[in-house]
Design a binder for this molecule. Structure first.
Ligand SMILES: [Zn+2]
Length: 309
């Protein structure tokens, strides 16, 4: 889980991986964030699609009458190469299986997708590959190779492994795309990630800590002890509380509706206690008041912050 790359960092990451990148006019501000009121991110992985058509770059930018664009972040043509289509929330994943999202987040083997109970557009980058998807339309070697590089570039930039890569057919029941084998694709991404990076770009790896915001443990502890008993919405430590809540939301411990007001209220305390129990803490060590170990692990796992004690 991590903060989405900026448009500039996305471009840099893709180019550093060896890709030639074309930019659709307007792509860097083309998204569904404002229209839906749901900002894109934190991100947990990348999703691969086939378009089930030909010559559909503009369709992916514009969208359809029933589904506004962008319909992906990048579009990969058979002959036209890789194009940037959107940046931010895109209508590509739709309703997906929360269990599969959890596995992507944890970088474990993906379970079978049998439910559509989460919004995949919140947290996944999407690539649409121009292909009929009927099993008879070949993916030219150069096109497939670019898809591998696209996925590897984003994984590398975030410090993810190939286990953060999924096909649409693996996350949403009823989907069949892409029409190639995703275990093979992940193996190819893994190989690419292991390859020596011959063209280092100005990309800051997601694992780096230099640019991450910091959460002060003692101020956060004060917030967790003060806010629940104070008047509704009392704010002791807004910045730190919001980061911790964003991390708890991203990991599925806190409902989005309870996050972002800067108050470490009783719902946040309960969510934090769940996180502590997840780490194996019990009793008074899992009372919802952050400790150094649990907070450091939360910052690392979410990728959102580092801790100062
Ligand atoms: Zn799809």
């Amino acid at each position: 889980m991590a903060i989405p790359l900026s448009a500039a960092k996305t471009l840099a990451a893709l180019k550093a991986e060896g890709l030639t990148v074309h930019e659709h006019a307007g792509w860097a501000t083309h998204n569904r964030d404002a229209a839906t009121g749901k900002p894109f991110g934190p991100v947990i992985g990348v999703l691969i699609h086939h378009t089930a058509g030909h010559g559909d770059k503009e369709l992916c930018y514009r969208g359809r009458a029933d589904l506004p664009g962008p319909l992906c972040h990048s579009w990969l043509g058979k002959a036209e190469g890789l194009w940037m289509i959107g940046h931010g929330r895109a209508n590509h994943a739709g309703a997906v299986d929360l269990d599969v999202l959890d596995a992507l987040r944890a970088q474990t083997r993906l379970p079978h997708d049998d439910e559509a109970d989460a919004d995949g557009n919140d947290c996944l980058y999407g690539l649409e590959i121009e292909n009929l998807g009927n099993g008879r339309d070949p993916y030219p070697d150069a096109q497939y190779r670019q898809a591998v590089l696209w996925a590897a570039a984003l994984c590398r930039a975030h410090g993810w492994s190939e286990k953060s890569v999924a096909g649409h057919k693996e996350v949403q029941p009823g989907k069949i795309d892409p029409s190639f084998d995703m275990d093979d694709f992940r193996a190819d991404v893994k190989k690419q990630l292991a390859a020596v990076h011959t063209k280092p770009g100005p990309v800051t790896p997601g694992a780096g800590t230099a640019s991450k915001p910091r959460v002060d443990l003692s101020r956060l502890v004060r917030a967790a002890k003060t806010d629940p008993g104070a008047r509704q919405g009392h704010v002791t430590y807004m910045a730190g509380t919001n980061l911790v809540e964003a991390a708890l939301v991203g990991l599925g411990y806190l409902g989005r509706a309870f996050a972002g007001d800067g108050s470490f209220g009783s719902t946040t305390v309960a969510a934090y206690a769940k996180w502590q129990r997840h780490l194996g803490f019990t009793g008074a060590d899992a009372n919802g008041v952050p400790g150094k170990v649990s907070l450091t692990r939360l910052g690392d796992t979410s990728g959102l912050f580092t801790v100062v004690a």
